[in-house]
Design a protein around this ligand. Structure first.
Ligand code: SF4
Length: 490
């Protein structure tokens, strides 16, 4: 994104500069926050007595002011402010909300997510539910306190209910596993992951290293006393591996890690052009219970434009193959807002996918780089994406799908990803990982293990790139051999 303008940030009465910069980056991405004195435009964020905040934006086109104040009667459930940590939360909320109100003044309209920032909005709803509020009251508070639109408040509250059910059933020793295969047939134009083009040599060297790390992890998990509840093989596109390599990987996994308590085994067969009956048969025999087949769009022109080599028919064919192969759950990913996709095209693709009855549909939205730019339909990007999400949500709900997990893209006002399920066919791994409910151990290049400890998480990070991962596999595997014991609470 080209940032033509800078905006100087000045904080008074608080030290939540990070919250101010995050809010500016999210709501006014065309301005780059800089230290005070480096430019004329400015953002002055002021906190008074810890209970009131103002935000003044001095921009080339004018001066805009937003205010927020804490009222114990109206906001006490969300912000009790009875501990130093709660007071900090309240301070961040006041600072963020006053900035958001000033931004609304600049733009002349509000935004569906209101003043709520952060990548895990369901956590905010879960916090309110845990404080004894009912479902309706929680939605109402999300609208009143964070200024969410009612449809976003409903998404958060519904996802929070599912999160709380999963959390209630967890034991301290429960963990999830992630196996990363960062290779794809081609690299999509919008890809933000590290993904390498798959070649036989690169894949075979990578698998050898991966097996070595899995062996060590199995020993580490066993010695420390973890219980694996969910296993996810993702990427990249794990089904770039041929049938023999997939079989070897799954067998090695079962031989190395105790999966006797693992109730969920997912494999991303993301790119339909990598799916064959032989591979599906291997996955079925390995005990996979859920696969993801991801068209992203059902427009062939859009698929060409984003650099995916397959067609919509490849997806239809892979989906049918998978459905005929086993009684497993199928998830399909779609992206709203792809370049060249019309609102009608997106909704017609979503309708077709709904008619195929996948157990889950995950809707991602492409992060908006310049939401005010006009598209070929004569709408702004945010209008177009907003219609795709709103009308798409109606289609999903009318067909019996319900949201079960949600996360937002960092610093993106419109970027949201929502997992929809039918008949309560939930994907627990996504919730465990996204909401950080248990330790998640990751193997493979780019894998980030997150290990629960008192007051937070410890991260154990693998190198991003497959070459470096393979070169350093000895040391990487060694770290997995001895793991901390599961955190059992204070
Ligand atoms: S399939 Fe996914 S990981 Fe692979 S290139 Fe496309 S977006 Fe990236």
């Amino acid at each position: 994104m080209r940032r033509e303008n800078a905006i100087a940030v000045l904080c008074r009465g608080h030290d939540e500069r990070h919250a101010v910069v995050a809010g500016l980056t999210m709501h006014l991405p065309e301005y780059a926050p800089v230290p005070e004195g480096e430019c004329d435009a400015g953002c002055v964020s002021t906190l008074i007595d810890g209970t009131r905040a103002t935000c003044e934006l001095r921009l080339p086109m004018g001066r805009y002011v937003g205010e927020a104040s804490w009222d114990p009667e109206r906001h006490g459930v969300c912000f009790p402010a009875d501990t130093p940590e709660e007071q900090r939360r309240r301070c961040r909320w006041l600072v963020g909300l006053s900035l958001y109100r000033a931004v609304c003044d600049v733009r002349g309209h509000d935004s569906p997510w209101g003043g709520l920032s952060g990548v895990r909005p369901a956590k905010v709803a879960a916090y309110i539910l845990r404080r004894g509020c009912g479902f309706q009251k929680t939605q109402q508070l999300l609208c009143d306190v964070y200024l969410l639109h009612p449809d976003k408040a409903a998404l958060c509250a519904e996802a929070a209910v599912e999160e709380m059910k999963i959390a209630a059933a967890l034991r301290p020793e429960d963990a999830a596993l992630y196996v990363g295969i960062p290779f794809c047939p081609t690299v999509c134009g919008y890809c933000s992951f590290v993904s390498r083009r798959a070649t036989p040599d690169a894949l075979s060297g990578y698998c050898e290293s991966l097996h070595s790390e899995i062996s060590s992890l199995g020993r580490g998990l066993y010695n420390a006393g973890y219980r694996v509840r969910a296993l996810y093989i993702g990427g990249g596109t794990p089904t770039v591996l041929d049938a023999d390599s997939l079989e070897a990987l799954c067998s090695h996994m079962r031989a190395s890690v105790d999966l006797s308590a693992c109730g969920e085994f997912t494999v991303e067969a993301g790119r339909p052009d990598t799916v064959t009956t032989e591979k599906l048969s291997v996955l079925k025999d390995a005990g996979v219970g859920r696969i993801c087949i991801n068209p992203q769009t059902l427009s062939d022109d859009v698929l060409v434009g984003i650099g995916r080599r397959h067609t919509a028919d490849d997806f239809r064919c892979a989906f049918r193959m998978a459905r005929d192969m086993a009684d497993w759950e199928i998830n399909c990913d779609l992206i709203a807002g792809l370049p060249g996709e019309t609102v009608d095209g997106y909704l017609s693709g979503l309708s077709e996918i709904i008619s195929m009855l996948p157990e889950q549909i995950t809707v991602h939205s492409l992060a908006l780089k310049n939401a005010s730019r006009m598209t070929e339909e004569g709408q702004t990007l945010s209008d177009r994406l907003g219609r795709m999400l709103t009308d798409g949500e109606k289609l999903l709900r009318d067909a019996g799908y319900r949201p079960y997990y949600i996360y937002r893209q960092k610093f993106s006002e419109g970027g949201e990803n929502v997992g929809w399920m039918k008949e309560h066919r939930i994907n627990a791994y996504n919730i465990l990982m996204m909401e950080e409910l248990c330790s998640v151990f990751a193997v493979g290049a780019g894998g980030v293990s997150k290990i629960l400890r008192s007051g937070g998480l410890d991260r154990m990070t693998n190198p991003k790139y497959p070459d470096e991962y393979c070169n350093r596999i000895g040391e990487i595997a060694e770290r997995k051999r001895v793991l901390p014991k599961p955190y059992r609470g204070a």
